[in-house]
Design a protein around this ligand. Structure first.
Ligand code: HEC
Ligand code: HEC
Length: 211
């Protein structure tokens, strides 16, 4: 046997081993492809999730746009009042932090608890508008605009998914269902609001299509 043929000589055993390795490699690549396919939901489940997400958001939207919520999420710098969302009497202003300006601080009148009686200030320890550098306006927003705003970390008060889920449990949000005598609650019971909120976000936080 010359030197050159011995260099090219491959024993049968090696060929069998190579064949086994090759088929193993191709099996593995198939298996991993299968795994990634399972991880990314197929088209059908994406549209099912987005449908359920948007449906849930529409319930959430009815609450967000209700006077009990919108009155503190105005487009101007004066809070709104009542079921007709008129400008707050005496025009208290947002101020830098949302809690009023100079002598007109929200907490001068809005105590930690609701005051008894009709037309008295509702109360909460955190009573304020969102701050001037992130106004979180609800008033006048379409469902799509509002969904996009709330899912935007740079517009929602820097809330990640976890913080957003938590926010539905915030005492200021809960206050919407307990605003003192004579004030009607939002259109959905609190528990159902939380359920719709969670579904909207857990299913992907989708925004409804523009009309
Ligand atoms: C001078 C007292 C006073 C100050 C200051 C004040 N409020 Fe009020 N606020 C009231 C009173 C009284 C009511 C209830 C009016 C009524 O029901 O007719 C009220 C009602 C409201 C309502 C309406 C609740 C609803 O859903 O109808 C909101 C919202 C509100 N205030 C937000 C604020 C914010 C935010 C600030 C600070 C920027 C503030 N208020 C400062 C006295 C005040
Ligand atoms: C007394 C005023 C007040 C009332 C009433 C109020 N909010 Fe807010 N809301 C705030 C403030 C202040 C912030 C900003 C603080 C924060 O992000 O935690 C905020 C932030 C939010 C955010 C995040 C905003 C965004 O655009 O991403 C949501 C969502 C929200 N509120 C929902 C509600 C709902 C739902 C209700 C009614 C059930 C409600 N709020 C009633 C004052 C209020």
């Amino acid at each position: 046997m010359s030197k050159s043929t011995s260099r090219h000589f491959i024993p049968k055993k090696t060929i069998t081993v190579l064949a086994i390795i090759l088929s193993f490699v191709s099996f593995m690549s198939f298996a991993s492809k299968d795994a990634t396919m399972k991880k990314t939901p197929n088209q059908k489940s994406i549209s099912k999730d987005s449908l359920e997400s948007v449906q849930a958001f529409m319930k959430v939207y009815d609450v967000l746009m209700h006077p009990r919520c919108m009155n503190c999420h105005p487009k101007g710098d004066v809070p709104l009042q009542g079921d007709d969302s008129h400008l707050h009497t005496m025009l208290p202003r947002r101020g830098k932090n949302g809690d009023g300006i100079y002598a007109m601080k929200c907490k001068n009148c809005h105590q930690p608890e609701n005051a008894p009686g009709l037309h008295t200030p509702p109360g909460n320890p955190k009573w304020a508008l969102p701050p001037a550098d992130m106004k979180m306006v609800f008033e006048g927003k379409s469902p799509r605009e509002l969904a996009l705003q709330i899912m935007n970390f740079n517009k929602n008060g820097h809330k990640n998914k976890e913080k957003l889920l938590e926010h539905a449990r915030d005492t200021l949000v809960k206050a919407g269902w307990n605003m003192g005598e004579g004030r009607v609650a939002p259109p959905l019971p609190y528990d159902e609001f939380v359920k719709a909120w969670d579904t909207w976000i857990e299913k992907g936080g989708y925004a409804p299509k523009a009309k």
